[in-house]
Write a protein that binds this ligand. Sequence first.
Ligand SMILES: O=C(O)C1=C[C@@H](OP(=O)(O)O)[C@@H](O)[C@H](O)C1
Ligand SMILES: C=C(OP(=O)(O)O)C(=O)O
Length: 424
Amino acid sequence: MTVRVEPSVLGGTIYAPASKSSMQRACAAALAAGGTTLIKNPGRSNDDQAAIGVISALGAEIRQTPEGLEVTSSGVHASKDEVFCGESGLGIRMFTPLVAMNRGPININGEGSLKTRPMDFFDSILPQLGVTIHSNEGKLPLTVEGPLQPADIRIDGSLSSQFLTGLLLAYAASGANGVTISVDNLKSKPYVDLTLEVMKAFGMNVPENRNYEAFHFGQPKTAAAATRSYTVEGDWSGAAFLLVAGAIAGDIVVEGLDTFSTQADKAVLQALMQSGAGLSIEANQIAIRKMPLKAFHFDATDCPDLFPPLVALAACCSGTTVIEGVDRLAHKESNRGLTLQEEFGKMGVEITLQGNLMLIKGADQIKGAVLNSHHDHRIAMAGAVAALRADGPCTIGHASAINKSYPDFFDHIARLGAKVDISQ
Ligand SMILES: O=C(O)C1=C[C@@H](OP(=O)(O)O)[C@@H](O)[C@H](O)C1
Ligand SMILES: C=C(OP(=O)(O)O)C(=O)O
């Protein structure tokens, strides 16, 4: 799919999409905690659909109801010997420890960029938990055979928090009692807060968080399998693109975001404030309008998904913006430091990578250009947002990448007044 975006002025109100981080965790917790869960406001992105497929393969029964998705589970009892995680990094890293609760061998696979993302963490960690694992030299496909037995372990949290998210869920679901996961150098910490929050909402045994360096599981409470409902949060990661679009080209309102959320990407508000954006924050809606913008300094180490929208913002700021945390970008859907540099370069926006820093020089005028998403949803959305302020149309190749997290993205910006033309 190729999308052409013309320079546009935005106005109106839009409801934020469902968060795939919240939705995928809800699926995992519904499987792991057992009982019957009504997931309200379920997401329908590709990553969300992959999560639904995984929990179904692991024995959960799923029913669409007018109120949401009803998941009934009696724990992990695989009905298939294969699970497919699509292109979701969170999916494979969160579900692999849960898959490893199963006794028989299960093959775990995925597609696209997921095939090249590192999974060697599991090669060294799972055997310490009584799990047999075979990987393709630290990449997909994986075969795991459990059952996983929780034990004191020490892990490296510097590459991704997603492995820890999976272990926390699997430990709780495996009756962990008196064991500790020690973590060195944890990154993306707020994502772990979200995991713990979802575990709590599902009545799971929540470990004590000792300053993100150790997670200690005490005595589990014995509770009968419950009936519960969980509402998927609005997505700060997807909404960050809308908010930046409002700051550079509009006067818009975004609804459905929880300002008390633990989502990492809520931090977009800090960057917007620093840049001088015309923000007004209320309990359930954020209004944002175009104002003269100035360069800002932001540390995205713990919220790496904000790099693409913040680069689009920085491109419209006077002066040079500095964003820290480039090291976190190498193993996403693309190597985002390089893809942002290449694609924004085509629009006349100069990006310098200096060790762990990204320097973005605000452009006097963004140029219309032919862009390539590199099959990365956040690059496609960042390009589309910057295009709103270009001197002519931009086209974005492989734009269907947005389906990974925000299938309604082009529809939403078009509803806000962006001139968008989609061709297959
Ligand atoms: O747990 C999650 O929902 C996520 C964690 C982050 O990954 P890392 O922990 O690898 O930074 C983030 O980039 C990803 O999009 C979603
Ligand atoms: C990196 C991302 O997701 P994941 O790691 O779950 O594939 C993302 O959504 O930008």
